[in-house]
Design a protein around this ligand. Structure first.
Ligand code: C5P
Length: 235
């Protein structure tokens, strides 16, 4: 299966489903975030799973341990492939989420968001976090690793330092992927799919370069070609 996860950043479930029909579930996984989930709800996630997609439910849970653990179980009941929490929720919250999911025979991968890629150093100071952004990401990645999570979301620029401190099976998921010569949009630190994979990322989250392309399937095919992914035929 391809390392590509397409961010379904649509306001309307119908638009998301029109795109997934065009792309097909053999080519990629999909990510459902806060806007689309708030509009489409569990029914949309169930529909995507029915279409054969592995779904990353990107709701970034951050709450008291019991609440987050129960939310993760609800995500597991939906049958999603991956779910995420905020590492800033702390050790007890991360452990509670992992322990809750461990009881399931079939469970989603549990991933932590370290520092949002929209953050700059001043944003860190304003919430009382000092030091370099990269050091904060690294500290939270190590915390997530030590709590037994399956991986973290990070910027492609943080893949190399994190890779050096965690085991090979710890998954790194990176947004901020842009083909050469394409618009950066609001992403601050971007990289091509090929560069990010070379550094050791496992999954690439790609939104606008595909979903806002005049021909999304063609845009996906071009990225696949660049990373030489062999995708089974839909037939
Ligand atoms: O359109 P683009 O490729 O920039 O989309 C990236 C996706 O990854 C969006 O859905 C965004 O919410 C998500 N994301 C991110 N940075 C993070 C975590 C998630 O860009 N730290």
């Amino acid at each position: 299966m391809s390392p590509l996860i397409i961010a379904l950043d649509f306001a309307q479930p119908e638009s998301a489903l029109a795109l997934t029909k065009q792309l097909g579930s053999k080519r990629c996984r999909v990510k459902v975030g806060k806007e689309l989930f708030t509009r489409g709800g569990p029914a949309l996630v169930e529909e995507l799973i029915k279409q054969g997609f592995e779904v990353f439910l990107d709701l970034k849970y951050h709450d008291i341990p019991n609440t987050v653990a129960r939310a993760c179980l609800a995500a597991a009941d939906l049958g999603v492939w991956m779910v995420n929490v905020h590492a800033l929720g702390g050790r007890s919250m991360l452990m509670a989420a992992r322990e809750a999911l461990e009881k399931r025979s079939q469970r989603p991968l549990l991933i932590a968001v370290t520092i949002l890629t929209s953050f700059e150093r001043l944003d860190l100071y304003s919430i009382g976090l000092h030091g370099l952004l990269e050091d904060n990401v690294l500290r939270l990645a190590r915390l997530s690793y030590s709590c037994g999570l399956d991986g973290v979301v990070c910027s492609p620029h943080e893949v190399d330092p994190i890779r050096k401190t965690v085991s090979k099976d710890f998954k790194l998921i990176t947004p901020g992927i842009r083909p050469t010569n394409s618009s950066q949009d609001d992403q601050k630190r971007v990289m091509t799919a090929v560069e990010a994979l070379k550094l050791g990322t496992n999954y690439l989250v790609i939104g606008r370069p595909i979903i806002a392309a005049p021909d999304p399937l063609q845009a996906l095919l071009e990225i696949e070609t660049s990373i030489e992914v062999k995708v089974k035929s839909e037939k």
